[in-house]
Structure formats: C-alpha cells, structure tokens
Design a protein around this ligand. Structure first.
Ligand code: PLP
Length: 390
C-alpha cells in the first residue's frame, strides 16, 4: 500500500531527533530511567510572565482567528526587536508569524524554490532543511565543513552555480554550535548580491551565544536585506517549544507569498500563543538571562569533563546548547558507526545522544546540554565508562 502514497511523501525522511525521543519516552514509560541528551529543547519552564499573558488572553476570550500573518501588535513588537537587537529595519507588513520556525521555513522554501533550483546547505546540518528543500522540488547542494565547522564565503563561492537560488545559514548552528564570523557574513552578503541568490538565515539560537555577539546578515551592507529572509522564533530563547510560534522577516513580496500559503494551510498560529509571544518580547528579559547563565555553567562543565575522556574530540560550542563530538577514533570492533555507538550507549548506559548520521555527519554525536547539571554529570561518567569498556 505504501506505493499508493505520493512520491513526495515516499521519499521523505522523518525527523531523526523526534524518532529518538519517542524511543526514549517508550523506555521511560516502561520504568527504565534514561538521561535524554537528545532533544533540542530548553529544559526550563516557559517564564511565568509569558504563561500569565496567555492565561489572561484566554480569560478575556482572545480565542478566535486572527490576521493570517499574526496580530499587528505582535508584528510591531517583532519589528522593534529586529531593530534593537539585529539592527534591521522592517515594517509590520514585512513580517509573517507562523506555527513555529519550522512551518515558516517550510513555507519560505515553498514560496521561493522549485524544480531546477539549487539551495546551498552547509553540513553538518539540521535535516529538516534538507527535507523541506526537497519537498519544494529544489535540490539541496551540500557544503561539507570540517571542524570547527565555520562557514566561509570561499566555501559558498566554491558551490555557487547558475542554478543557485538560495543559501541556508544557521548561526549559531544546530548541531555544531558554530558561529559564522562577521567578516565572512559580510563577504557572503557581497557574493549573494553579485550572484543574485537569496539568503535564508535561521537565527533561532541568536540569544544563546557564548563568545562575541550575534550578527544578522540582513544588517550587513546595503541591499542584502532585499535578498534575505531572517527567520526566528520563541522556542529556544524563551523555552516556548510547545507554543508553536516563529516568524520570518523579509521583502514584502516574499512575506506576502508566505502569508498566502499560510492562509491555505494553517491560517494564523494560535491567538493565545501570539499574546504569549507579545508578552515575551515586551516583558523583562531577566529570565532569559537566568537561562543563559545556566547554559554557560553547563557548557563550561562539559568542556572540562569531556576533554578528560580519551578518544573523543570537539570544538567548544560558541552558541546554542549542543556539543558536536567526534567519536571516529572510538569506532572499532562491533561498533563501526556513530549510529551504532549511540544505540549501544542507549542500550547499555541509558544515555540518549543523537548520531551524526542525523545531521549528515557520520562519525560524530550531538550531545544536548538542555538538561540539568546533575544529569550531565551522571551522563559524562557513563559515557566515560562506555568508552573504556569498548
Ligand atoms: N531551526 C533550528 C536550527 C532548530 O534547531 C529548530 C528546532 O530544533 C527549529 C528551527 C524549530 O524551531 P520551532 O520550534 O520554532 O519550529
């Protein structure tokens, strides 16, 4: 019967990180304790002031359809945020709010890309981009990066062709935590203007940044904002993964196309989530700093602890909350792939991490530190024992 499915869906890979999470949840439900360092979701509750705003919205009956691209107040708040944090000038008509950054990205690829187009994707990468690009009919063209996985303009130039429609940027990166240098972003912006390709810049980890500061490519030089779609959301910065709210900012004609698509798929995202997002941007950013400080402590702990384990290596993440660890020197005997390494670690030590295969980078594993310090301490001990036993 599978043949009856559309070829689009037959060739679709489902999210490997969500698949791992289902396996972990099944083990946990059957009473087996697992330390889950697989998921890309902050382990903090959504700050109380945001939840209160949502409760108030519900109590006041703000529970109906809204404008498809999101309520004007929220789009205005997003333009203020983009101006103060990212130094990019947008009008509310240049913003569309959707059901998570994931949906906004999906619509963006659908709106901009199609058969015959190529989209440049630096790897290791979050595979959602790859599947979404394929669903648009376009072809992903990979730019394989070596540790520390920092994209340069030369890397991009090497892969640009006359079919290049867009370049996907994700800085700080999931899964590597790497950040693209400002000087390289400036050169990439020049290249995009010279060659006439678009830049889709997923900046969802911009607030989780350990060194220097975040730079948005759309702010780097005249004319690049005309070719850039800046995509962001509330999931990571405000621990709002379940609220499903993200946005894109860019030229009005692209935003209008995305809005039209959205009007035929989900319409607006939840009215309550929109009020919560408005509160997130308008309220005190203190809780954001508290979360960030906790991430900093965990990162430092892991840099020290992981560097004592023989056979692994890593570049400390500059942003996001992942370590992308090279385990190639440990692959031997019956454990010849990072997928197998992760499966055995889960079976034997009940520690869940994601194999690099899920990010088009076999030989590596992604360890998320969106978990309490005590769990990270236990996990590191178990990983050390595992590496000594095999
Ligand atoms: N972009 C990146 C790089 C991510 O890692 C994720 C989630 O893991 C998302 C987007 C999805 O974010 P949202 O929850 O807003 O759909």
């Amino acid at each position: 019967m599978r043949d009856a499915l559309s070829s689009r869906v037959q060739h679709l890979s489902s999210s490997p990180t969500l698949a791992l999470d289902e396996k972990v949840k099944a083990l946990q439900t059957s009473g087996i304790p697992v330390i889950n360092l697989g998921l890309g979701e902050p382990d903090f509750p959504t700050p109380l002031y945001i939840r209160r705003a949502a409760a108030l919205a519900m109590a006041r009956g703000f529970t109906h359809y809204t404008e498809t691209p999101g309520i004007l107040e929220l789009r205005k708040a997003i333009t203020r945020k983009l101006l103060s944090d990212n130094h990019i000038h947008y009008q509310p008509s240049e913003i569309v709010v959707g059901v998570g950054t994931k949906q906004v990205l999906y619509h963006a690829f659908q709106a901009l890309c199609g058969r015959g187009d190529e989209v440049l994707v630096p790897t290791p990468t979050w595979t959602t981009y790859v599947e979404q690009i394929k669903l648009s009919g376009a072809t992903p063209v990979f730019i394989p990066l070596l540790p520390p996985f920092k994209l340069t303009a030369q890397d991009v130039q090497n892969k640009v062709s006359r079919h290049t429609k867009a370049l996907l940027l994700n800085s700080p990166s999931n899964p590597t935590g790497a950040v693209i240098k400002k000087s390289e972003l400036i050169k990439i912006a020049h290249l995009a203007k010279k060659k006439g390709f678009f830049v889709i810049s997923d900046e969802i980890y911009e607030k989780i940044f350990y060194k220097g500061q975040h730079h948005s490519i759309a702010s780097l030089g005249a004319g690049i904002e005309e070719l850039t779609l800046t995509v962001n959301g509330f999931s990571k910065a405000y621990a709002m993964t379940g609220w499903r709210i993200g946005y894109a900012a860019g030229p009005k004609w692209i935003i209008q196309a995305i809005t039209s698509l959205q009007s035929q798929t989900t319409s607006n995202t939840s009215s309550i989530a929109q009020k919560a997002a408005l509160a997130a941007l308008s309220g005190s950013q203190k809780s954001l700093n508290l979360m960030f400080r906790e991430f900093q402590t965990r990162r430092q702990f892991l840099i020290n602890a992981l560097s004592k384990i023989n056979g692994i290596s890593f570049a400390p993440p500059e942003g996001a909350f992942y370590f992308f660890i090279d385990v190639r020197r440990l692959l031997k005997g019956k454990i010849r792939t990072s997928a197998k390494w992760c499966a055995r670690l889960l079976d034997e030590k009940k520690i869940a991490v994601v194999p690099g295969e899920a990010f088009l980078a076999p030989g590596y594993v992604r360890l998320s530190f969106a978990a309490p310090l005590q769990e990270l301490q236990k996990a590191v001990e178990q990983i050390r024992d595992f590496t000594q036993e095999h």
